[in-house]
Design a protein around this ligand. Structure first.
Ligand SMILES: Nc1ncnc2c1ncn2[C@@H]1O[C@H](COP(=O)(O)OP(=O)(O)O)[C@@H](O)[C@H]1O
Ligand SMILES: CC(=O)OP(=O)(O)O
Ligand SMILES: [Mg+2]
Length: 423
């Protein structure tokens, strides 16, 4: 995947892609023109189906608009998005629209590349719902709603799991009975793959090198968080597993714990399966440790001497360090460590603490460079450092749009060469 579309078709062929990232109660969207990879509009509908839903829409021309109420479900939310786009002259009925690109969190073992959704693909995404109960149902709703809205257009699914399919078997396997694992699809799939792919490639560019020649540790630290070890452009290990619960400490998710903990809670504390699930996904991580999931708030409280917030920060950093060390061992040679997503891009204190004491591994940050604020990829280690430490802003929507457009590029559609592995 390159950063510019490979085929633009003729000047009047459709070049726009609407990217939908549907969460359980939210819908993030971006309309991009792939002729020059520019963003025509971005927006977010949040608290869908709840008491006080809200849509925030920002067209390229500026002038943020807000709407509240009336979004009972994702279909209603997408209808409102369609109205907002139409008000900017960017309606979904436009012939300039080439495709929808959907973020789909779980693609299981089957999808190593983006695919055009047909009934078979839809059924497979549905089959994987038990492995991503918070994400796949919302992704499916987005796909179905968009299919109804524009049945003539290709709906492309871009999977979070796809980039991680190159993990060697010994990194993807859990050490449990093989027959049981295989029967129940239990293995490590990994998530945030579009971000890890985009950031590792951008990081290589920042170093002035070909991705094939670079070993990078990518730290995607958002509300959900994951680390990956990328060797020569291919993922060789990642911290999330069968579900997005494994690995780093997250906003509300525990990350790694002794697998006996949920068993103990069910046996000794009488918690149900659903209660345990809710504890580990929603009442754990930073929220579980100190009551806040927002790193800004944790840093503020911690600076003010709040011991619970300080402990939450320390647990978060300790886990992060362990993964940096583990992936240095997995990769052997590390050329760069790249911080990305909300926390990774904005929290200098997290970056500083995460590499503190790792000088023997060749890692350190320059205090001044680390505190520079910018939207551009940037190096924050000193010149000549053995390992480059960088901040590389992620752009999952752009990556999804590029993969979507590369797949349905007008010429491909015309020649009917769209890849659908199930058909
Ligand atoms: N200036 C900042 N300092 C520290 N953390 C920040 C800052 N800005 C955003 N964040 C963190 O980024 C998180 C959201 O990251 P993001 O990548 O947008 O997550 P997601 O896509 O999972 O919702 C917030 O929870 C917040 O803690
Ligand atoms: C897979 C995952 O954890 O996604 P998010 O960070 O968007 O919740
Ligand atoms: Mg995110």
């Amino acid at each position: 995947m390159t950063d510019s579309p490979t085929s633009l078709g003729s000047p009047d062929s459709p070049t726009r892609v609407l990217v939908l990232n549907s969460g359980s109660s939210s819908l993030k969207y971006q309309l991009l023109d792939m002729a020059d990879a520019s963003r025509l509009a971005v927006g977010l509908v949040e608290r869908i189906g709840e008491a006080d839903p809200r849509l925030v829409h920002t067209p390229r021309s500026g002038g943020k608009r807000e709407r509240t109420g009336g979004f009972a479900d994702h279909a209603a939310a997408l209808a409102a998005v369609s109205e907002e786009l139409a008000a900017d002259g960017l309606g979904l009925d436009s012939p300039a629209l080439a495709a929808f690109g959907h973020r789909v969190v779980h693609g299981g073992s089957r999808f190593g590349e983006p695919v055009v959704v047909d009934d078979g693909v839809e059924a497979e995404i549905e089959r994987l719902v038990p492995l991503a109960p918070l994400h796949n149902p919302a992704n499916l709703t987005g796909i179905r709603t968009a299919r109804e809205l524009r049945p003539d257009l290709p709906q492309v699914a871009v999977f979070d799991t796809a980039f991680h399919r190159t993990m060697p078997e010994y990194a993807a396997r859990y050490a449990i009975d093989v027959a049981t694992a295989d029967e129940h699809l239990i293995r490590r799939y990994g998530f945030h793959g579009t971000s890890h792919a985009y950031v590792s490639r951008k990081c290589a560019a920042l170093l002035g090198k070909d991705p094939a020649d670079v070993n990078v540790i990518v730290l995607h630290l958002g509300n959900g968080a994951s680390a990956s070890a990328v060797a020569g452009g291919r993922c060789v290990d990642t911290s999330m597993g069968m579900t997005p619960l494994e690995g780093l400490v997250m906003g509300t998710r525990s990350g790694d714990i002794d697998p006996a903990v949920p068993l103990h809670l069910q046996r000794a504390a009488g918690m149900s399966v659903d209660e345990t699930d809710e504890l580990l996904n929603k009442r754990s991580g930073l929220t579980g440790l100190c009551g806040d999931n927002d790193m800004r708030e944790i840093l503020r409280r911690s600076d003010a001497g709040d011991q619970r917030a300080r402990l939450a920060f320390d647990v978060y950093i300790h886990r992060l360090k362990k993964y940096i060390g583990a992936y240095a061992a997995v990769l052997g040679r590390v050329d760069a460590v790249a911080f990305t997503a909300g926390v990774g891009e904005n929290a200098a204190a997290v970056r500083e603490a995460a590499v503190a004491g790792l000088e023997p591994l060749g890692l350190s940050v320059d205090p001044e460079r680390n505190t520079v604020r910018s939207d551009e990829p940037r190096i924050i280690s000193q010149d000549g450092a053995r390992v480059v430490v960088a901040v590389v802003p992620t752009d999952e929507e752009l990556e999804i749009a590029q993969q979507t457009f590369a797949l349905v590029g007008t010429e491909n559609v015309r020649k009917n060469e769209i890849r659908t592995p199930l058909s």
